[in-house]
Design a protein around this ligand. Structure first.
Ligand code: ZN
Length: 303
């Protein structure tokens, strides 16, 4: 009789155990995509929406990331330092966000509400390649275009003169992390080290810390956005149009992709080191000007 009751209890415990196991399994699977959100769909995020969950960024001959970083732990570990509230993720210029209330209306005095032309921002990411930087800066100078550069801090450390030239020639400089790893796959300690080392490099080479951050591979999560806040960044900057110049598909294709998708407030993603991008640039600038665009830096969302 006693063994029978004991067996019943063991059976019940086993059933409950299996049930709990299944339940947590489902919860885990249901939560996982939420935790991994942050990578843009191929072709960049849709305007006004968060990037869809998926693979973190493009794979292929990215001049800024030829090799994927080794995978870290799957689940983010709670950071040691409590991050602040998440910084906003920007994928277009605020002026084109549809007049979001007081902010847009109050800029009337500054003239931006009555802009005669449309605005567009060219952005260039730097990872490893550097030898085409001078040529790129010359084209932008010749065309009278000011852009925003997101520089990998190790690139800045290796080529301080180029980084200083970019800033001196009137372009805005943002941070593209220290070593260009998928930040969402790093431990909190490693992410902290990335941000701290970046800051130190920018501070010593350019005399100031950037306030805009472009996550490598476009991969971010809420924890990273909070950490960016506590490090004084104002926004994580994505893009509206991915030129895919790093695929080197031919200058014509790069140019057509940008011109076809151009719209007021768009942020265009290009790279230092893309030869097709460099070749396409004069035609891109000319075409956008013809279509009524003026070129702006991303000052409005940080600097
Ligand atoms: Zn990059």
């Amino acid at each position: 009789m006693r063994t029978r009751r004991l067996l019943t209890i063991i059976a019940l415990v086993a059933i409950i155990g299996v049930f709990l196991g299944l339940a947590t399994g489902y919860v885990y699977r249901w939560r996982a995509p939420e935790d991994k959100k942050g990578a843009p769909a191929p072709g960049g995020p849709r305007p006004g929406t968060e990037p869809a969950p998926g693979q973190p960024g493009p794979t292929g001959p990215d001049p800024n990331g030829p090799n994927r970083p080794p995978p870290g732990p799957d689940q983010p570990i709670p950071p040691q330092v409590t991050p602040g509230p998440p910084v906003p993720v920007i994928d277009q210029l605020a002026s084109a966000a549809g007049g979001t209330g007081a902010g847009a209306a109050s800029t009337g005095a500054a003239g931006s509400a009555k802009r005669a032309t449309k605005s567009i921002a060219l952005t260039f990411d730097a990872g490893w390649v550097y030898d085409t930087t001078g040529e790129l800066l010359d084209i932008l100078d010749r065309e009278g275009v000011r852009a925003t550069f997101f520089l990998r801090a190790k690139w800045v450390e290796d080529h301080p003169d180029l980084a200083r030239a970019i800033a001196a020639r009137g372009h805005l400089v943002g941070d593209h992390s220290f070593s260009h790893q998928d930040m969402t796959r790093l431990t909190p300690e490693a992410r902290e080290a990335e941000l701290t080392r970046s800051e130190a490099v920018f501070q010593s080479v350019l005399g100031r810390k950037p306030t805009l951050f472009r996550p490598p591979y476009g991969a971010y999560d809420r924890v990273l956005l909070g950490e960016l806040n506590s490090h004084g960044y104002r926004a994580a900057v994505m893009w509206t149009i991915d030129s895919l110049d790093w695929e080197e598909p031919g200058a014509d294709k790069v140019g057509a992709k940008v011109l076809k998708n151009a719209r007021d407030g768009a942020i265009v993603l290009m790279h230092i080191g893309s030869h097709d991008g460099l070749k396409a640039l004069p035609a891109i600038i000319e075409g956008l000007r013809r279509d009524g665009y003026q070129f702006v830096r991303l000052d409005a969302i940080g600097g």
